[in-house]
Design a protein around this ligand. Sequence first.
Ligand SMILES: [Ca+2]
Ligand SMILES: [Ca+2]
Length: 103
Amino acid sequence: MGEWGSAKYVIVSPTARASVTTTPSTTATTPSTPTLANTPKPCLGDCNGDGQVTVNELITMVNIALGSASVSTCLAGDANGDGEITVNEIVAGVNHALSGCSG
Ligand SMILES: [Ca+2]
Ligand SMILES: [Ca+2]
């Protein structure tokens, strides 16, 4: 009876198991936001990057949309970066010209 009791005691004893289940300290602070959000979003239509969209920049966007100018002349007008300027991108540029880039 004494042996049976001691054997049971060994099985129940949780000390060994407790030491194993210690979670590895993965408390390293993993940044939830990737560094992609680091780049500030340029003002759509602001071809020269001076912080405002002017009429001539809108004309440049239109020319790119029409195919008479290269998109490289106004990369800021290509919002989605597909290599061409579409109507909605021109509209966004017009809105920036009217109400400013920051607004
Ligand atoms: Ca500008
Ligand atoms: Ca585009």
